[in-house]
Write a protein that binds this ligand. Structure first.
Ligand code: ADP
Ligand code: MG
Length: 328
């Protein structure tokens, strides 16, 4: 296996959490409604993602590991019309280049499927298996053949917490999908996938916190703001408790965080960081999303307008729900 493919792999697979992200995105793209993530040792010895998605045909199962093999995009100028999370066909190839992978996949409605085993990018074996429709990908011994990469990996505890962050994000961004997350056989999180955001919030932050959140629903000139806001009970809260999606895509936005904090600033809180899970929907032409897969920053064509609409939505929600604010 050549050095170039190992280097290329490093761009997609930085750490265990990036493997989890890519595998779960594949499950979502395969129209799964229930996704289970299992890890051991912070994902370093084992990551397994199991879904009930459409599965793959035998021929496609091996092909999926080839670089630039994607079933999701026909031509380069289709880029504008991408509705799937993946489209580069790089993730599985990259993951398999730096670990030992076993994939099991069965097309929905079929009784027989395929397993494929790949180590360090090399096909080790393949054959026939039976299992329910869907796909499971097991990644073992991540970076076993790239010692340089291994050095960047933090303690299992730190890596596990990064994985948890990624899972939280999926749970909050896809409330209609059911997620189960287990670490060393112990269930850490379960989200039923009812489609109700407050239930997804309960799965991530607990029922007590979810109950106290305030609903936000607002629309102004094509900018829609939906979700929940609240003040965390813990003084340990920070901006990690603020989750924003723009047109379904997770983003970090100092601009929106500041607007949220400003709107809450007249309220007495345990600390100065309100929490939120907010979906912003607006004309895609008014968002400049960097298409680099790892980028979470966005720029709006009119930053100040979006921030102002968001601020107003929060203020209105706060005054409408009996939570006292000094002036509004
Ligand atoms: P991309 O997602 O960019 O297409 P990947 O390397 O992540 O590239 O996956 C390659 C291909 O393998 C996908 O296009 C898809 O056809 C198939 N695939 C991967 N994971 C799954 C899954 N969980 N269920 C069904 N098909 C999958
Ligand atoms: Mg993918």
């Amino acid at each position: 296996q050549d050095t170039r493919s190992k280097i290329a792999a490093g761009e997609v697979v930085e750490r265990p959490a990036s493997v989890v992200k890519e595998l779960v995105e594949n499950s979502i793209d395969a129209a799964a409604t229930a996704i289970t993530v299992e890890i051991e040792n912070g994902g370093m010895t084992l990551i397994r993602v199991t879904d009930n998605g459409e599965g793959m045909e035998r021929e496609d199962a091996v092909l999926a590991f080839e670089r630039h093999a994607t079933s999701k995009i026909a031509r380069a100028d289709d880029l504008e019309a991408i509705f799937t999370l993946g489209f580069r066909g790089e993730a599985l190839a990259s993951i398999a280049a730096v670990s030992k992978v076993r994939m099991e996949t069965v097309r929905q409605g079929s009784s027989e499927g395929t397993f494929v085993e790949i180590e360090g990018g090399k096909l080790i074996s393949q054959g026939v298996i039976g299992r329910p429709g869907g796909t499971s990908v097991t990644v073992s011994d991540l970076f076993y053949n790239t010692p340089a990469r291994l050095k960047y990996v933090k303690s299992p505890k730190t890596e596990a917490s990064r994985i948890k962050d990624i899972i939280d994000r999926f749970v909050l961004g896809y409330p209609h999908l059911s997620f189960r997350y287990l670490s060393v056989g112990k269930q850490v999180l379960y989200s039923p996938g009812t489609g109700h955001l407050d239930e997804a919030i309960a799965a991530v932050y607990g029922h007590e916190t979810a109950k106290k959140m305030i609903s936000v629903q607002y629309e102004w000139e094509g900018i829609e703001i939906n979700g929940y806001i609240g003040s965390p009970d813990t003084a340990r809260a920070n901006r990690a408790f603020q989750t924003f999606f723009v047109n379904g895509r997770y983003i970090r936005s100092p601009l929106l965080s500041r607007a949220l904090e400003e709107a809450f600033s007249t309220l007495i809180m345990v600390n100065r960081f309100p929490m939120c899970v907010i979906n912003i929907t607006l004309d895609p032409h008014d968002v400049d999303v960097n298409v680099h897969p790892a980028k979470t920053e966005v720029r709006f064509t009119d930053d100040r307008r979006v921030a102002a609409v968001f601020f107003h939505a929060i203020k209105r929600a706060l005054s409408g729900d009996g939570m006292s604010s000094e002036q509004d």
